[in-house]
Structures are given as C-alpha cells and as structure tokens.
Write a protein that binds this ligand. Structure first.
Ligand SMILES: NC(=O)C1=CN([C@@H]2O[C@H](COP(=O)(O)OP(=O)(O)OC[C@H]3O[C@@H](n4cnc5c(N)ncnc54)[C@H](O)[C@@H]3O)[C@@H](O)[C@H]2O)C=CC1
Ligand SMILES: O=C(CO)COP(=O)(O)O
Length: 338
C-alpha cells in the first residue's frame, strides 16, 4: 500500500515519522514553516538542530509551501506543538477548501490546549469541517524520535472512533521495528499522552535533586493514579492507563534522558531557572503548558491531583521543588485506592 502523505511539522518527531513513512514505501512530503530547514532536508538530508547526525531518506521531500505539500494527499499527519495545532489546522483547511481532497487526519502530538483544556483531536475536530476530513486518528505511545531513528523496537497505538481509519494508519506505520496497535479509547490515549509529561518533569526534578529509585517509582505510580483519576472522570476507559499510552509512555518519558520533559525537570531540580531551561532546550517541552491545563481541569472537575498541583506550584508560583516535595510528604495518610 503506497499513499501520498503530508507531515506537518519537521521537528524531531515529525521528521522521523516522515522518514519512517517514506521508508515504508509512501510518497511523503514533510512541511515546515522554516525555509532554512526545508533547504537542509532537501539538499543535505539532515535536520541537525532536531536529530543531530541522522541521515534522512533521499526520497523524503520537504516543502515550505503548504499548498504544494498537501497536493493530492490522502493522509495528513500533524506533529506540531500543541500551542500551534489550531493555527496549523486552520491553515490546512484553507488549502483543502481549494484543492478539494478529504484526507484521513492523524496527529502524533501530546498536550492539552491552554485556555480551552481541550484534547488535540477535539481541537482538530473543531477546526477541520467534516467535508474536509475522512476521520481523525491519534498516534501515541512510548516513542522517542532518537530511538525510532536508530530503528530500535517501538510500539505505539492508533486510536480513533473510526475503526477502519485506525486500521489503515496501523498498516501505514507498521514495519519490522515499529509495531502499531489499534484502540478506540481516544480520550484515554490522549489524556495519558498529555499528562505523563507532567510526571516526567517531576521525575527529572527528583533525579536532579539526587533522590533514589524508591522516590521515582513512588512518583510514577502515584502519578499514574492521578492521571487515571482525571482521565476516567473525563470519559476514558481505566484499562487504557495500563496500556502503551498510559503506563508505557509514563515509563519511557519519566526515565529516559531522551525526554525533553525529563531533562527540563532534571535541570529545574539542579537549580536552573525555568526561563533558562526553556530557552536552552530548543525544542518543545509540552509538560509545562500541560501542567497548567491539567491543574485547571482538575480544579474545575474537583479531581484531586496533588502531584500536578505541586508541579504547578513550582512552574507557575515560583515554589522550590524541595518545598513541594515536603508538602506532599506532610499530607495526612490516605487509602491507596479511592
Ligand atoms: N520528540 C519526540 O520524540 C516525540 C514528540 N512527540 C510530540 O510531538 C509533538 C512535536 O514534538 P517534537 O517534534 O519533539 O517538537 P520539536 O520542538 O522538535 O519540533 C516542533 C516543530 O514544530 C514546528 N513549528 C512550531 N510552530 C509552528 C508553526 N506555527 N507552524 C508550523 N510548524 C511549527 C517547529 O518549527 C519544529 O519544527 C509534541 O506534541 C511532542 O509531545 C510525541 C512523541 C515523541
Ligand atoms: O512523548 C514522548 C515519548 O513517548 C517524548 O517525550 P518528550 O517530549 O519529553 O521528549
């Protein structure tokens, strides 16, 4: 099966997924709003800022012209940061209105929109009229661009209300090192993906402060408890949180030096000011805005999320990491299961 596919976003994840889809035999166009990056991808087949040292397939073509990238495509994969998802969807719709194609929309991003607290498939549903899309599919799971680039084994899930579209996406991405399951719990998959980044920030901070394995396991476990609590309250299936986009993604993000969220937490734990952490990362740290969105969502829905609240206090109220750890430990004793 060979499809014409546009990948919107040429950062670390977008460019590596575009490369994988190209190597799977598809006609792939990766779009970036940075002309220098497009030139580098087309001429040198590299993307040094995002995936240093990696050589992309010479069959992968990069575009800075969105209309050219979208010409005749049957699938559009969004891999832009959460904060620009609505904007980029809007730009795509303007082009599809002209070209008339009606692609399957896939997104592989992880976050909750600030202000609206919406999941990304909800944002896409709002921005892309039904006449301009076949279906919406979420691709998510424990997957670092750096490891997929090396063809290390990676397993993810393709979630959609449209089972045929999820199957189609599964077939498009599967290969010998990248295995894709299908899933119909879109809410659970997206909530797991967005919220694990918050816990990864915390796990990095514990590491930066020199805490041991017990503390990290405690944070991940109780983190998963509060991720599930909020997710289920919003309609997710509890079992999703012991799947790839739940505990799977939590483990990889909260333990890996590849994770931008873990690294940001580690630097905060070591005492680097937040602004410097953001300025020096050079890539999106989704857990920071998602902490605010999740904190507000939990307050609105009266869901207890003490770890999220603690991380919110560090990021947005200037509290010291050690102080919030002390506050978490000083809480009254509680039953483990609500
Ligand atoms: N890096 C990874 O290994 C993984 C990342 N993700 C998710 O994928 C999403 C993207 O992450 P990364 O690729 O890591 O980010 P990144 O920071 O490496 O790249 C983001 C890209 O988006 C582009 N961009 C920013 N604003 C734009 C706009 N207005 N229009 C068009 N393009 C714009 C940037 O130029 C950049 O190329 C995030 O939601 C992240 O959580 C998910 C799984 C793995
Ligand atoms: O989602 C990811 C791994 O599954 C990537 O996490 P980071 O954005 O923290 O690098």
């Amino acid at each position: 099966m060979s499809e014409k596919i546009a990948v919107l976003g040429a950062g670390s994840w977008g460019s590596i997924l575009a490369n994988l889809l190209t190597e799977n035999g598809n006609d792939v166009r990766v779009w970036s709003n940075a002309p220098e990056q497009v030139k580098e991808l087309n001429e040198k087949h590299t993307n040094e800022h995002y995936v240093p040292g990696f050589k992309y397939s010479d069959k992968l073509v990069a575009y800075d012209d969105l209309k050219a990238a979208l010409d005749g495509v049957s699938v559009v994969l969004f891999v832009v940061p959460t904060k620009v998802m609505r904007l980029v969807a809007n730009e795509m719709v303007a082009v599809l209105e002209e070209t008339g194609n009606k692609p399957i929309i896939v997104h592989a991003s992880k976050g909750l929109e600030l202000g609206t607290h919406k999941r990304l498939s909800q944002v896409l549903e709002e921005e892309i009229p039904e006449k301009n899309r076949e279906a919406i599919v979420v691709l998510s799971g424990p997957s670092h661009a750096e490891e997929v680039a090396k063809k290390d084994i990676t397993l993810v899930t393709a979630a959609s209300e449209n089972a045929d579209a999820a199957k189609k996406v599964q077939q498009l991405f599967m290969n010998k090192y990248f295995r894709v399951y299908t899933n119909h719990d879109v809410i659970g998959v997206e909530m797991g993906a967005a919220l694990k980044n918050i816990i990864a920030l915390g796990a990095g901070a514990l590491h930066g402060l020199g805490y041991g394995d017990d503390a990290k396991a405690a944070l991940m476990t109780r983190g998963l408890a509060e991720i599930s609590r909020l997710g289920v309250a919003l309609g997710a299936k509890p079992l999703t949180f012991i799947g790839l986009s739940g505990v799977g993604d939590l483990i990889v993000t909260a333990t890996s030096v590849h994770s931008r969220n873990w690294r940001a937490g580690n630097e905060l734990g070591q005492g680097m000011p937040l602004k410097e952490v953001i300025d020096t990362m050079g890539m999106v740290i989704e857990g920071i805005p998602s902490t605010q969105a999740a904190y507000e969502l939990a307050e609105q829905n009266h869901i207890d999320m003490p770890i999220t609240r603690a991380i919110y206090d560090v990021l947005y109220n200037g509290k010291d990491v050690k102080t919030v750890i002390g506050e978490l430990m000083d809480r009254e004793g509680k039953p483990e299961i609500d």
